[in-house]
Design a protein around this ligand. Structure first.
Ligand SMILES: O=C1O[C@H](COP(=O)(O)O)[C@@H](O)[C@H](O)[C@H]1O
Length: 275
């Protein structure tokens, strides 16, 4: 495990951190982290479009996740070389969502639309929100089944084997107790093998949610965990120290090709070697 304090995320990407060992990059503070991740994200999506014609990203809610999207929208106004994303050719999915009405401020979708999607003109046919509670589904179970079907349909339309389309980058925030998406420690979701799982009695409000399961998270090409703040430092250290994913779900978030922990200095402060 390496810990390069102050290293730039773009440089780490250029080095192509790949394989089973998570790559760790530390930026000095949350604002610089959000800017660096946004810059790396648009570069990665532009590169995916150069190869495949389209790109796909799985979004997260949360403070840093939404700040990244705001900065990505700014970068779209005057793209740097290698960072020109055609937002009409990006499929947008979500890692988790709160099962509340569509206009509720708790919706991750609402935050993402305001921060990025409405600003870059993402077309409705490429934006795939997890259903809201007023979208015609009575329960999170029904909404989860529907979203699993939407993912499987997209995979089939793209000619991809299996129940999931290609995810170029899957973004995850992490809670102070180590939850990712809406997979909370010691909850049924940690051992649920479905691609999309309903979540009830969630310890963090709102209590009713829908989340990608580990089967979908670990199918992504790249998983990027975005974490800031001292309050999350212990969970970061436990996840990277080999904790069981049932106890620290972030420990089970791995990409097929790469797993990147993108941290600010406070979140990295309990890792071995942190100053
Ligand atoms: O409940 C959730 O929390 C996490 C982390 O949020 P943060 O504000 O502490 O960064 C988020 O990633 C997830 O999508 C969300 O539903």
């Amino acid at each position: 495990m390496t810990l390069p304090p102050g290293d730039r995320i773009a440089e780490a990407l250029a080095e192509r951190i790949e394989g089973p060992t998570p790559g760790i990059v530390v930026e000095p503070d949350a604002e610089l982290l959000a800017r660096a991740v946004a810059s790396a994200l648009v570069a990665r999506l532009a590169a995916a479009q150069a190869v495949h014609g389209t790109a796909s990203v799985v979004l997260t809610g949360g403070g840093i996740g939404t700040a990244v999207l705001r900065h990505a929208a700014e970068l779209a106004e005057e793209p740097a070389p290698g960072q020109a994303v055609d937002w009409t050719a990006v499929d947008v999915w979500w890692g988790d969502e709160r099962f509340v009405p569509a206009d509720d401020d708790e919706r991750n979708e609402k935050g993402a639309r305001e921060a990025l999607l409405d600003r870059v003109g993402a077309p409705p046919e490429r934006v795939h929100p997890i259903p809201a509670s007023d979208a015609g589904f009575d329960t999170p179970e029904e909404a989860a089944d529907w979203y699993a079907g939407a993912l499987a349909d997209a995979a089939r339309d793209a000619g991809t084997d299996g129940p999931l389309p290609r995810f170029d980058v899957l973004l995850l925030g992490m809670g102070p107790e180590g939850h990712v998406a809406s997979i909370f420690p010691d909850s049924p979701a940690v051992s649920d093998e479905r691609t999309v799982v309903p979540v009830r009695d969630c310890p963090k409000p709102p209590p009713t949610r829908v989340s990608l399961g580990f089967a979908a998270i670990t199918a992504a090409e790249e998983v990027w965990l975005l974490v800031s703040g001292e309050g999350k430092a212990e969970a970061v250290a436990r996840a990277l120290g080999g904790a069981d994913r049932a106890e620290v779900p972030a420990a089970g978030a791995r990409g097929r090709r790469a797993t990147r922990w993108l941290l600010d200095a406070a979140a990295a402060s309990r890792l071995p070697g942190a100053g």
